[in-house]
Design a protein around this ligand. Structure first.
Ligand code: SAM
Length: 288
């Protein structure tokens, strides 16, 4: 993947205004107090500042956080930085790893994975929607020369081409349908991360994990509260991102190694989810 951060700068007024500008393409940049031309912007060194009508703006080289939050065009929900950093750690992604994900979406997680695995690693990204693939290719400039990202235009239900992958990340609506395919392509001990936005989906996925030799190691939700950096009146920002998603992490185990708790299924009426209870337990999971 071309360095998506190359020739990009972040302009900020240290308040609400934050914009990523590509110095190769943007003609003139709109600001809350006016405009600055690309030629003028290019003259400002990294870490410098400028003023337009008495308002000061700061110029910084664009980093991956800036790119994901301000620089990337979103056509889908993306994985937010508060989650993506934790996902990298939990899936143990580092240079040289061979990993896969579904779906590509806007490519936010793909960009982060690509940088983490480096030139010796590979990111195989599955996406069923060709419009979204074209969008992500543009976002990540994937058609420009050598790339460590391979995008497959297909639904994951149609199969996975790779074998012995180090990790897999599922960010799709119905991940529970795909656990068998993912189990088959991971190394023993390989990592799986699943991201879903609702608790119903977490429950559904956890039930499906019972059918495969995955060890579920964690169900998690992350919170990030940022602060106004004012020493004399230190306090949290008024607004925060309250909810993004739930994360499930699991490891591929050898066949038949997991001892499972016995459960019984109470069938639900049409349109509702079945109720799953522990054998000999009540609705709260307490034992009799
Ligand atoms: C929320 S978006 C992924 C966002 C992406 N992780 C990012 O950070 O930009 C979910 C994507 O999964 C794709 N998708 C859903 N089910 C799929 C499947 N079974 N196989 C392949 N792609 C799928 C959708 O088309 C959509 O683009």
């Amino acid at each position: 993947m071309e360095d998506v951060l190359a020739e990009k700068v972040l302009i900020t007024d240290l308040s609400r205004f934050r914009r990523v500008v590509d110095l190769r393409t943007s003609e003139s940049v709109g600001l809350p107090s006016g405009h600055i031309s690309r030629e003028e912007l290019k003259k400002i060194p990294a870490g410098g500042s400028f003023e337009v009508r008495d308002k000061r703006y700061y110029v910084l080289p664009c980093d991956m956080h800036d790119f994901v939050m301000e620089g990337l065009k979103r056509n889908t929900q993306i994985v937010y930085p508060k989650d993506s950093g934790y996902i990298l750690l939990k899936l143990d992604i580092f240079p040289g790893k061979k990993i896969a994900e579904a779906g590509t979406g806007s490519g936010a997680m793909t960009a982060i994975f690509s940088r983490a695995v480096g030139s010796e690693g590979r990111v195989y990204s599955y996406e069923q929607d060709i419009g979204l693939i074209n969008h992500a290719v543009k976002n990540l400039k994937l058609d420009a020369g050598d790339s460590n990202v391979v995008i497959h235009h297909q639904s994951l239900e149609q199969g996975i081409h790779e074998q012995d992958l180090d990790a897999f990340f599922l960010d799709v609506r119905e991940p529970w349908k795909l656990l068998g395919e993912v189990y088959g392509c991971l190394k023993p001990g390989g990592h799986l991360g699943v991201l879903v936005p609702t608790t119903n989906q977490v429950s559904r996925a956890l039930l499906a994990f019972n059918n495969w030799d995955f060890l579920v190691t964690e169900v998690a939700e992350t919170f990030l509260r940022t602060y106004k950096p004012v020493p004399a009146r230190l306090r949290p920002m008024d607004r925060m991102i309250g909810h993004t998603s739930y994360l499930i992490f699991a490891r591929k185990m050898q066949p038949d190694t997991i001892r499972r708790a016995a459960v019984r299924v109470v069938p639900a009426p049409e349109g509702e989810d079945d109720v799953i209870l522990p054998e000999n337990g009540d609705q709260d999971g307490r034992e009799d």
